[in-house]
Design a protein around this ligand. Structure first.
Ligand code: ADP
Ligand code: AMP
Length: 210
């Protein structure tokens, strides 16, 4: 089995922001369960409808749905040389299921204190065309309203990027996802980088790990 990379961390840690660089460095495709669920939601599929309530309230979507989604995605030809998981696994049950179907070579944890997360998430916006990630203060587009990556002029904000939902997402992270750190440490796969630095410094730390 070809080896895959897991990008781990709380919501707003910078996983999506760093994923592009890792994809460029490794050639592995990014698999973001959050992006897949949002695509299912906007396409109005039954899976999207099932996930909707959990996502809007900031709770985790049930493991069975997520594991099914990943199993199907890993059958695509571009996944045959390993992938970059972003936002998955988020529970021990998901990690156990993953260990049966893929070989994880490293878990890169982007560590950011809770005190930074609300500001990061409430200022997030993305390009409506290519999904490049920006921030009102920390990483704005060079020309207001125009994507630096693709030149598109429509930006969007996520429905769940509000202070109330962020607090529920952080609490789900601490109770259900953070225990995975020890699970992966016990398997010698866990490497932490300081995510409370500017974006380029975090990229450099991740490049060193890779
Ligand atoms: P995640 O994918 O982990 O939820 P994102 O990559 O979407 O997080 O980042 C959340 C927000 O924080 C975005 O608005 C992004 O521009 C901003 N951001 C990402 N990395 C940093 C950083 N190192 N410093 C400041 N802001 C950051
Ligand atoms: P994200 O885009 O990673 O911030 O995820 C947005 C939302 O999608 C989360 O708050 C969850 O409701 C759901 N979600 C994404 N990935 C997972 C996962 N691996 N397990 C459970 N729920 C998930």
């Amino acid at each position: 089995m070809a080896s895959s990379i897991v990008l781990f961390g709380p919501p707003g840690a910078g996983k999506g922001t760093q994923a592009g660089n890792i994809v460029r460095l490794t050639g592995k495709p990014q698999i973001s369960t959050g992006d897949m669920l949002r695509a299912a939601l906007s396409a109005g599929t039954s899976l999207g409808l099932e996930a909707k309530g959990y996502m809007e309230s900031g709770q985790l979507v049930p493991d069975s749905i997520i594991i099914g989604l990943i199993e199907e995605r890993l059958t695509q030809p571009d996944a045959s040389d390993g992938v970059l998981f972003d936002g998955f696994p988020r529970t021990i049950a998901q990690a156990e299921a993953l260990s049966e179907i893929a070989d994880v070579s490293v878990v890169i944890a982007i560590e950011v204190p809770d005190s930074r997360i609300v500001d990061r998430i409430c200022g997030r916006y993305t390009c409506a065309s290519c999904d490049a990630v920006y921030h009102d203060t920390f990483n704005p587009t060079t020309t207001q309203g125009t994507c630096d990556e693709c030149g598109h002029t429509e930006m969007k904000r996520r429905a769940d990027d509000n202070e109330e939902t962020v607090r529920t997402r952080l609490s789900a992270y601490h109770s259900q996802t953070a225990p995975l750190a020890d699970w992966y440490r016990q398997r010698d796969l866990f490497v932490a980088v300081d995510g409370d630095q500017d974006i380029n410094t975090v990229s450099a730390s991740i490049s060193e790990v890779l």
